[in-house]
Design a protein around this ligand. Structure first.
Ligand SMILES: [Zn+2]
Length: 201
C-alpha cells in the first residue's frame, strides 16, 4: 500500500505538474501585437514620411486611426482625370495634372468641399491652371490640421502621378523631395502646384 500510495502521490504530483505546465504555457503573456500604423501625420511633428501610407493600399481599408481622425482612402490610382467625376474645384482653365490632383483629392477626401483653381495672382501658378488651393474646414482645429497634413501626405505620395511641383501648408514649402523652406503662410488651405501637362480637350 505504501508503495502504491507513493506511486499514486507521485502520479498526482506528475499530473499536477502536467496540468500546471500547460497552464503556464497557455498563458504567453501579452500577445505580440503587430506594430500599429505609423502616425506620420502628427500635427505636432509636421513631418512627412514618403511612401508610408496611412491606409492599407492592399485592402483599401483605412488603417486604424484614432477616433475622429480623417479617414484617408487610397489614391484613386488613375492617371486620366476624365476617369474621375468633377470635384470641388472650378475646373475651367486647369491643366490636366492639376485637374487630376483636384479630382483625386475630391474623390478621396469627402471632408473637402471647396477648392480654388484659376484666379488672378502675381505668380503664374494659379492664372496658368497649374495650382489649386484646397480649403481646409476649421483649419486651426486639431482635425483641420490633421486633414491638411493628410492632404499634404497624399500629394507627396502621388507626386509622380500628379506631376507635383510643390505643396505649401502651414508655413512650409515642400517639393517632392521633402520640406525645403518655411515662413510661407497657408494656414487655411493646402496649395498644390503641378507641372501642368497641358490643357485638356
Ligand atoms: Zn494657391
Amino acid at each position: 500500500m505504501r508503495n502504491g500510495l507513493s506511486g499514486l502521490a507521485a502520479a498526482l504530483i506528475v499530473s499536477a505538474s502536467l496540468v500546471t505546465a500547460p497552464a503556464i504555457g497557455a498563458d504567453p503573456g501579452p500577445a505580440e501585437q503587430p506594430s500599429g500604423p505609423v502616425t506620420h501625420l502628427s500635427a505636432s511633428s509636421g513631418s512627412v514620411v514618403r511612401g508610408a501610407a496611412p491606409a492599407d493600399l492592399t485592402t483599401g481599408l483605412p488603417a486604424e486611426l484614432p477616433a475622429g481622425a480623417p479617414v484617408v482612402v487610397p489614391a484613386a490610382r488613375v492617371d486620366n482625370p476624365a476617369m474621375l467625376p468633377p470635384g470641388d474645384a472650378p475646373e475651367q482653365g486647369l491643366q490636366v495634372k492639376t485637374l487630376l490632383a483636384a479630382r483625386s483629392i475630391s474623390a478621396d477626401f469627402p471632408q473637402i468641399t471647396s477648392m480654388i483653381g484659376v484666379r488672378p495672382d502675381a505668380k503664374p501658378w494659379h492664372p496658368r491652371g497649374l495650382a489649386i488651393d484646397v480649403m481646409i474646414p476649421n483649419p486651426g482645429s486639431a482635425e483641420g490640421i490633421a486633414l491638411g497634413d493628410a492632404i499634404l501626405d497624399y500629394a507627396m505620395r502621388n507626386a509622380d502621378r500628379f506631376g507635383l511641383q510643390d505643396v505649401i501648408w502651414r508655413g512650409v514649402y515642400y517639393t517632392p523631395a521633402g520640406p525645403s523652406g518655411s515662413g510661407y503662410g497657408h494656414f487655411d488651405h493646402v496649395h498644390i502646384t503641378t507641372t501642368g501637362g497641358g490643357y485638356a480637350g
